[in-house]
Write a protein that binds this ligand. Structure first.
Ligand SMILES: Nc1ncnc2c1ncn2[C@@H]1O[C@H](COP(=O)(O)OP(=O)(O)OP(=O)(O)O)[C@@H](O)[C@H]1O
Length: 606
């Protein structure tokens, strides 16, 4: 039992150390401040309790003609018990007042700093999520990202970190009160410490299992609720059309009910020690009375009992708080563990910096040499010995049947995945040497263009504030993407809000916004990743014309399923079973490869 507790104690500290790496050095000052503040507030608390000593002595009829009481009597000009009691009561009152003000101020500071730490930690966590490799991002459960940034972080900081500091402060106060009580009456203090100490330990032992169960229920149900929210909101269309929306609402409700039941149990577990202590107090007084009356005179017994009751009255609220907080710490440890595990995992993985180390533009042919690739969780190679030249200033289409490896090859060309063997260079420079620089030279138009809930302008100049937008580049991108029609149609032109709360775009308009976004930074390499796949024939034809116009001025790479999108490109790369089967002009590939010829005949490349 001791060993398990000891190991668990170490475990919390180790997790805290890991989570501390998210704080970028803020935590040391905070820790010193928290310790100094706790000791200071506890000191003032003890002073207040210490001031009760003369009060008790006066009430039990101490000699007031000498010592401190004599000096105070001289100062007051009277040795009446009433005046002396009033004087010491005033001092004790001022001490408690000061302590309360200091305690509130300290709590305010502590809450502010801890909240700030939580914000710093969650921002750093998000920063690590966005710095992860694309592969690791794809493997991560999105619901767990939501849970970790919300529930886990809140548990780690509000329950564990704040709780431990609060427990530390309470412990100092309890020890201090114990010391003062020992001075007042060693017997009463000893009895109070042993008696209430035993009750506290017993309560903790009895509740421990329940705290762990509550913690596990809370974190699981939070994840489950996110798992139900995602398909309800992100998968709105599919859920609606499949008539399954209410199923996810039902799952959400079940998860929330489980969470509510756990929260209810947690609240009761936090309050239980208070009731146990109250019963303990009565039992303690009875026990003390029984021992005292059997061993001492009535007068002695009464005065010791009064001190015991006073001591208990002082200790119990702090003890209650301590026990409730200790329960919170234990419950919050689950969130802390999840957070620490996530940080440990992310720290052991490589990261990607999308900020360029060098700013100069890249140019030249894209050369892929002996490239092979397999996904980490798979034995089979998806790409095998791919060697390919993508000439600068020309248009190249990568085509092939489904599962041939087109998307994987494109992810590698984009620098999102890493070759298992082989190299990709641009103008002789390895694209992975400075990924940020390579990204800056790329403009990518995906199949599903992500529309921000913001203005058309903000959607094109993605991530830039209004003041940062280069108006000339914006006008240029709009012209090249042939988006002027949309701008003039919209009620507020470029300032019209798109997305959830604004105008809904047609598929073609959406693709044009994507093209304008890709062109805004005037990239040398323009990539269309299934950009026309979801469009109707007429819209696809228009977008293809735009792509063809663009390919006259820059290097264009197209991954497409549709024959019409790639018919006029300079260079067709036909992939089959993870290899380049053939490349050349459209007609050359058609003549040289039966599989491609058959797809052309069928009028589709799928
Ligand atoms: N994350 C992954 N882990 C393991 N295997 C994967 C992963 N992603 C894709 N694959 C496999 O890699 C192979 C190539 O997939 P890829 O998506 O590159 O083909 P594609 O030619 O783009 O197909 P499509 O035209 O259907 O999109 C497939 O067999 C696929 O199952």
């Amino acid at each position: 039992m001791f060993e398990t507790n000891f190991l668990k104690g170490r475990w919390v500290i180790e997790d805290l150390k890991v989570v501390r790496t998210l704080l970028r050095g803020q935590s040391l000052k905070w820790m010193i401040g928290a310790i100094v503040g706790s000791v200071f507030v506890a000191g003032l608390d003890m002073l207040g309790v210490f001031m009760l000593l003369p009060l008790m002595q006066l009430l039990t009829g101490v000699d007031t003609s000498s010592g401190i009481y004599g000096s105070v009597s001289n100062f007051l000009g009277t040795n009446e018990t009433q005046s002396l009691v009033g004087f010491f009561a005033l001092i004790a009152g001022i001490s408690f007042l000061l302590k309360s003000v200091a305690a509130v101020a300290f709590r305010w500071w502590l809450l502010g700093k801890t909240k700030l730490m939580e914000v710093t930690a969650t921002s750093e966590l998000l920063s690590r999520y966005v710095s992860a490799t694309y592969q690791s991002h794809r493997e991560r459960e999105i619901a767990s990202i939501h849970r970790n940034l919300g529930y886990s972080a809140s548990q780690a900081f509000n329950s564990v970190v704040l709780g431990l500091i609060s427990n530390f402060a309470d412990l100092i106060t309890l020890v201090g009160i114990g010391v003062i009580l020992t001075i007042m009456s060693p017997l009463a203090a000893g009895a109070a410490v042993v008696f209430f100490g035993l009750i506290s330990v017993l309560v903790q032992v009895l509740l421990k299992k329940h705290h762990h169960a509550v913690a596990s229920d809370l974190s699981k149900s939070d994840l489950e609720s996110w798992n139900a929210i995602m398909p309800s909101i992100n998968g709105f269309r599919d859920s609606r059309l499949l008539g399954k929306s209410q199923i996810f609402v039902g799952r959400y409700k079940q998860a929330k009910l489980r969470s509510a039941a756990a929260a209810r149990k947690f609240s009761l577990l936090s309050e239980l020690p208070k009731y146990v202590m109250e019963i303990g107090l009565i039992a303690g007084i009875g026990l003390m009375a029984w021992i005292l009356f059997a061993t001492s005179t009535v007068a002695e017994s009464l005065s010791i009992l009064a001190v015991f009751a006073g001591a208990a009255a002082r200790m119990i609220p702090t003890l209650n708080k301590f026990l409730a907080t200790a329960g919170g710490v234990r419950t919050g440890r689950d969130g802390l563990r999840i957070l620490a595990d996530e940080v440990r995992r992310m720290d052991s993985e490589p990261t990607v910096k999308d900020v360029p180390k060098e700013d100069s533009p890249m140019s030249g042919d894209l050369v892929i040499e002996d490239l092979s690739f397999r996904y980490p969780d798979s034995e089979d190679f998806v790409l095998k010995d791919v060697s390919l030249d993508i000439p600068e200033g020309r248009s190249t289409a990568i085509v092939g049947s489904s599962g041939a490896g087109k998307s994987t090859l494109l992810d590698l060309i984009l620098g999102l995945q890493y070759p298992t063997t082989g190299t990709i260079t641009c103008g002789g420079v390895n694209i992975y040497a400075d990924e940020g620089r390579w990204f800056k030279n790329l403009g990518v138009v995906p199949q599903d263009v992500y529309i921000l809930d913001d203005t058309l302008e903000a959607n094109i100049a993605y991530g830039l504030s209004n003041a940062e937008v280069d108006k000339e580049a914006l006008a240029n991108a709009i012209a090249l993407a042939q988006l002027e029609g949309l701008v003039s149609e919209l009620p507020e032109g470029l300032a019209t809000r798109l997305g959830e709360r604004g105008v809904r775009l047609s598929g073609g308009q959406r693709q044009r916004v994507g093209i304008a976004r890709a062109l805004y930074r005037n990239p040398s390499y323009l990539v269309f990743d299934e950009a026309t796949s979801a469009l109707d024939n007429e819209t696809e034809r228009k977008i293809t014309e735009t792509i063809e116009a663009l390919s006259r001025t820059r290097t264009v790479i197209i991954v497409a399923h549709r024959l019409s999108t790639v018919r006029n490109v300079d260079n067709v790369v036909f992939m089959s079973h993870g290899q380049v089967a053939i490349q050349g002009s459209f007609d050359e590939v058609r003549r040289g490869n039966q599989e491609f010829a058959r797809l052309v005949e069928l009028g589709r490349l799928e």
